[in-house]
Design a protein around this ligand. Structure first.
Ligand code: GSH
Length: 265
C-alpha cells in the first residue's frame, strides 16, 4: 500500500522484479509508508546509482539508503518496532536469516533466469510487461530500449540453454528442501508464525508460480509459452508450491499493524 505523504520512504523499483516484490511485501506488512518510484529497465540505474546503489529495489528513508532487499526488510522491521518479520529469539532469528540468504542466492536468481529464458523470445509481451506501472514518458522509450534491454538480460543473467536447465534444477532443488521442511504439517518455515523466511520464499518463487495476489507485474499464465505454463503447473503441484500460493493468498494482504493492535494472534 503506497501512501503519498511527504514523510514517506521512496521505494525505487522495476515493477516486474521479484526482489522488488519481496521488499514491497515487507513494507506493506510492517505498514511503513512509502512512495514507489517505478522504472523501466536501464533507466532504473539513473535512480539507483544516484543513491549509491545499482540493482532494484532501493529504499530511501529518513536520509538513509538501503540498496539490497534484505537490508530493506531488516530496516523496515526495526523502523516499525521489530519482531514483525524477524523474531527476537536469537536461535529462531538465525534460522530465518539462513533461510532468507538461501532463497536470495539459490532461488531468486535461478527462478529469474528460467522465467526470462521462457519470455525473451516474446518481445511484444516483454515490452508490455516492462511498460506496466511506469511513468508514461519512460514507457514511451521502450520500443527503442527493449532490444538492448533483452540483450543485456541475456548476457547479464547468462541465459544459455545449459544455464537455464541448471537453473530449473536449482529451483526444483529448493522446492524439494522446502517440501521437506514442511513435512509434518508445519504452517511456516521457521517457528510458529510468518517471518522474512516465508515472505522471501514466496516472493522469489513468484516467477515460477504466478500467484494471483503477487503485486509484481507478471504475464497471465495463458499468455506464456505452453512449456512454461506446464512447468509452472508442475511446480504449483508440490507442497512448496502450494505453501507459497497459500502465503500469497493469506498473508499478502495482511498487515502486522493489526497484530500489534491485538487483532491478530
Ligand atoms: N541482492 C539484490 C538483488 C536484486 C536484483 O537482482 N535486482 C534485479 C531485478 S530482479 C535488478 O535490479 N536487475 C537490473 C540491474 O542489475 O541493474 C537484492 O536482494 O536486492
Amino acid at each position: 500500500m503506497a501512501h503519498g505523504d511527504t514523510a514517506s520512504a521512496i521505494f525505487i523499483t522495476i515493477p516486474l522484479s521479484h526482489y522488488c516484490e519481496k521488499a514491497r511485501w515487507a513494507l506493506d506488512r510492517v505498514a511503513l509508508p512509502y512512495r514507489e518510484e517505478p522504472h523501466i529497465p536501464l533507466l532504473h540505474r539513473l535512480s539507483t546509482t544516484r543513491n549509491e546503489g545499482g540493482t532494484v529495489p532501493v529504499l530511501v528513508h529518513e536520509g538513509r539508503r538501503f540498496i539490497d532487499s534484505t537490508d530493506i526488510l531488516v530496516h523496515a522491521d526495526a523502523a516499525c518496532g521489530g519482531d514483525l518479520l524477524y523474531p527476537r529469539d536469537a536461535a529462531l532469528r538465525s534460522e530465518v536469516d539462513a533461510l532468507e540468504e538461501q532463497f536470495d542466492t539459490q532461488l531468486g536468481p535461478h527462478a529469474r533466469r528460467w522465467a526470462y529464458a521462457q519470455l525473451l523470445s516474446q518481445a511484444k509481451l516483454l515490452r508490455s510487461l516492462w511498460s506496466r506501472g511506469v511513468p508514461w514518458h519512460e514507457a514511451l522509450l521502450l520500443p527503442a530500449i527493449t532490444p538492448l534491454a533483452r540483450r543485456l538480460v541475456r548476457t547479464g543473467y547468462r541465459i544459455t540453454p545449459e544455464g537455464v536447465q541448471r537453473s530449473l534444477e536449482r529451483v526444483w532443488g529448493v522446492f524439494r528442501q522446502v517440501d521437506e521442511r514442511l513435512r509434518g504439517g508445519r504452517q511456516f518455515l521457521a517457528g510458529e508464525r510468518f517471518t522474512a523466511a516465508d515472505l522471501t520464499f514466496a516472493a522469489l518463487a513468484a516467477p515460477v508460480l504466478f500467484p494471483a495476489e503477487c503485486r509484481a507485474v507478471a504475464p497471465a499464465l495463458q499468455d506464456v509459452p505452453a512449456a512454461m505454463r506446464e512447468e509452472v503447473l508442475r511446480l504449483r503441484d508440490t507442497d512448496a508450491g502450494r505453501f507459497a500460493l497459500r502465503l500469497f493468498a493469506q498473508e499478502r494482504g495482511r498487515s502486522s499493524a493489526a497484530r500489534t493492535q491485538g487483532s491478530e494472534p
